[in-house]
Design a binder for this molecule. Structure first.
Ligand SMILES: [Zn+2]
Length: 136
């Protein structure tokens, strides 16, 4: 048996996404508006496909006033199986908060959404017969 891969806590993945965004804001061709995601959990369906639990981070800027930068975080579960009839749990997101809000607080605010997405992923994996694309 190989070494056991211990995934980083989902909250660390979110703080990394925010760090990454702030870093690229210092660059010349930075982007103020985008949404990014990163897998934080995986389940395998009856058919052998993967259901990913993903954290989401959306970055934007107020259109008026001081044009404050904002961040929204959340989660989604997505089935990557071929022919899956219900491949997404839907995205659930927190309310936008200023980008300079404490990152750990921001990350922790996503926890209920991550739990919901993980439960969906688990339940979906137990009944989905979709297979991986490569196994066709
Ligand atoms: Zn599925």
């Amino acid at each position: 048996m190989g070494p056991i891969a211990v995934p980083p806590p989902a909250t660390d993945v979110i703080t990394d996404l925010i760090d990454e965004h702030v870093r690229q804001l210092g660059g010349r061709f930075h982007s103020e508006y985008y949404q990014t995601h990163e897998p934080v959990g995986r389940h395998t369906t009856l058919g052998g496909a993967t259901v990913e639990t993903r954290v989401l981070a959306r970055f934007q800027r107020h259109h008026s006033g001081e044009r404050q930068r904002l961040v929204t975080v959340g989660a989604e579960a997505r089935c990557l199986g071929h022919g899956c009839t219900e491949p997404s749990s839907g995205e659930t997101l927190t309310d936008p908060v200023p980008l300079d809000t404490n990152r750990h607080e921001v990350a922790e605010s996503a926890l209920p959404h991550i739990e919901t997405a993980t439960r969906w992923a688990q339940a979906h994996a137990e009944r989905c017969r979709a297979q991986t694309y490569t196994s066709r």
